[in-house]
Design a protein around this ligand. Sequence first.
Ligand code: NOJ
Length: 734
Amino acid sequence: MSNQWLSEMQEQKIEELLSKMTLDEKVGQMNQLSPSIVGGFDLPFPELIEMVTEGRISHEEFSKIMQNAEMDYQEDNIRAGRIGSFLMNNPKKSNELQRIAVEESRLGIPLIFGYDVIHGCRTVFPIPLAEACSWDEGIFEETARIAAREARSRNIHWTFAPMLDLSRDARWGRIAESPGEDPYLASLYSRAKVRGFQGKKLDAGDNLAVCLKHYVAYGAAESGQDYNTVSMAKSLLYNAYLPPFKAAVEEGAATVMAAFNDFNGVPCTVNEYLLREVLKEKCGFQGFVVSDANAIDDCIRHGIVADLEDASKKSCIAGMDMDMNSHAYSGYLKQQVEAGEVPEALLDDAVRRILRVKMALGLFKNPYSPEEKHTLYDVLPKEHVATALETAKRSIVLLKNENILPLKKGQKIALVGELADMSSEIVGSWSMGFNVEDCVSIHQGLLNAGADVSYAKACGVTSPFQPEELQSVVKDADIIVAVVGETISMSGEASSRADLSLPGEQEKLLEAALATGKPVVAVLMNGRPLTIPWVDQSVPAIVEAWQLGIQMGNAVAEVLLGSYNPSGKLCCTFPAMAGQCPRYYNHPSTGRPGAKSKFSSRYLDAPLEPLYPFGYGLSYTTYQYDNLTAEQAKDMIIAKVEVANTGDCPGEETVQLYVQDITASLVRPVKELKAFQKVSLQPGEKRIVEMKLPKSSLGFYDDDMNYLLENGEFNVYVGTNSKDCLMEKITVIF
Ligand code: NOJ
């Protein structure tokens, strides 16, 4: 957060407040808690969690128990100024706690309420990985805008979003929460999310402070296993993993969350180089950093601190401003300052940053949320639902189509697969505020659209294939639509998978559907790229529909029935086999690029190529690219290409421009996305698409974070995806 948010007078007010604060009160600001559960059930809480995880009780039973549990909101500690923030979504209770903080604590500093508003609040939009496939900044901004409005009405001030971890390994469950594998697209996404959540003025009353997470390189967790270690060259950090964060800081992001992982041996939570040097000094970040949940405590298991006391000291020295739930700062920081182990100036810096965000949000002036607003979005406004539908449609990626889609008018559809009829599964991970009555399953969506559809489950995601159920609906059908994929709990946090094929017996379902001789469409509903080479070979039409939020069913129906022509492009590579992971298009050039020869960078037992490349996505029409030119004019590279709609329906194409630096002092990626442009073309229409690129965007960082612009040769590629491109070589002199 730059000081664009605060006036000099406000900064001065913060200094005055700071000068009045006791050490206890300073530590209090740095302490974030969740309401703790004190009773209401017969078992210890960890045992209860284990029971849900192991499936001994259902999620529904668990929720019931939780609703009856008694919560401890630490009112006395709030009164004593020992708490700065709560992680909660309970508007009425938040007001009550705020009243204690503002009216009964010595200095009356308001609390800041944070919550995970990740891809929507009451209105759930597509999972971020899906939304990023729209390649549409307007959409990125608008969905955040709506989420902010809804969340702020519920007394939430601060969202733990956007998640900006570049994700290049489909095994990592949290790829679902990310905008994919590319730094350029992720940076556009990150800027748009800051604009959407924070609005023009953070204190306007319907905005949220953002929290950029997880800082940093969490997506590079070794072998795609969650919470795993990360080792990488600093140049890779600066060129790939840092840019989305840097862009969002430039856009005015208020807060950052440190990642769980270690970075080159030092957990991000206690990483002074990352927090102070890179983020606060080099990127000029003026807001505050919060730890991830219990992450200060986790440093003990990392083996980098002796105990929680040591963890408290190391985190504060490293530049961690707020402790989420570890009880480390509240337990030890005061005595560490008194003992001279932690300079008080570090606490001042942290508290100043926290107060800045509270001030910028207008919490000193308007600490409470009007009660009449708490239920404002219980019935969703039409415009929010319309944006949910539009976003869902734009997020769908057509992966294959052998003249099957769109379905012909009047065709009788046999709809199969458990996921087709599960309205609670369409929202994806990290959806907490929605009402299941607002969710439209694919089955319901087809019925809403007036399709002639008969449904049978026939196969669960994990429960066995039932051939007789399939037969019961296919007899009279003209076409079979099989919805297959993953349940929500198979992606997101703590949900890495080593096998990325379709879970359970869903492939058997597809095989049996094909054996009927009727045309088959596979609709995928999943939170990550799946390895589906057999499906790609055998099933004539494949629609990647992800988990698209509350309007999923209506969106999928529009695509299947042809009232919407899909235009989504993959923001992540689909590997052919899990053994290819991490697989991403913009990997560094090797000395022996993968080829037919044995002595090239390849596997003996896997195809050379991934299944679908980054940027890939078909349409109901076709496009032809011709006559690429690339020229230099002053500080710009200008690329022009002819794009023609060669099919028989109107469509929107995303024209993509990639660059490869072929004579650099460091090994550079084989291709890097640098620009794209969307064009709408009528059948037979041809247009010259011009894309301008500042020459300065052709540079890169070295290991010391120097940005280098090196003269030399570059390949300029323009095409419909990262693989199928035209190419022109240019020599650039800076
Ligand atoms: C842990 C997750 O890693 C993070 O993304 C989330 O914001 C926090 N928990 C708070 O719920």
